[in-house]
Design a protein around this ligand. Sequence first.
Ligand code: SF4
Ligand code: SF4
Length: 123
Amino acid sequence: MSYFRVNENCNGCLACVENCPASALSFNDEDDRRTLKHNMTKCARCGQCWRVCPQKAIEFQHLLVGRWDEVVTLDLIRCQVCGEPLYSKAYLQKLAAELDSTREALCPQHRQRQAASKWPHTC
Ligand code: SF4
Ligand code: SF4
C-alpha cells in the first residue's frame, strides 16, 4: 500500500509533480489516461506536495505525523534482580554459542555487585 494517497478532488494539474524537490512524483499519459505516480524510496517526506496542491487532494497527514511500523517482536531477557531489560533471547543464544553459556542474566550494576560479593572479605 502506498503512503501517498490522493482523494477524489485530484484533477491531475501536476502542481505536486512540478514542485516535488526529490523527484518522487511523476506521471504518465497513456491513451486517454493520466496516471500520477509516487516513489517512496525517493520521497523526503517534506510535505511540499501537500502544501502546493490547490485541490487539497493529497492525504499525507498520516505520513507527516511519523508513523512507526512494527518490524519484529522478540523474547526479552531481563536482569534477574531488578528486571531491567538486557537483550533479546535470540541474541543471548547467539552469545551463549560463542562465549560462556553459564553467565547469569544480570544488568551491569548487579553483575558488579555479584562479582564483588565473591571477593574474599578483608578486615
Ligand atoms: S497537485 Fe493536487 S490536484 Fe494537482 S495533480 Fe497533484 S494531487 Fe492532483
Ligand atoms: S513529501 Fe516532498 S519529497 Fe515526498 S512526494 Fe511530496 S514533495 Fe515530493
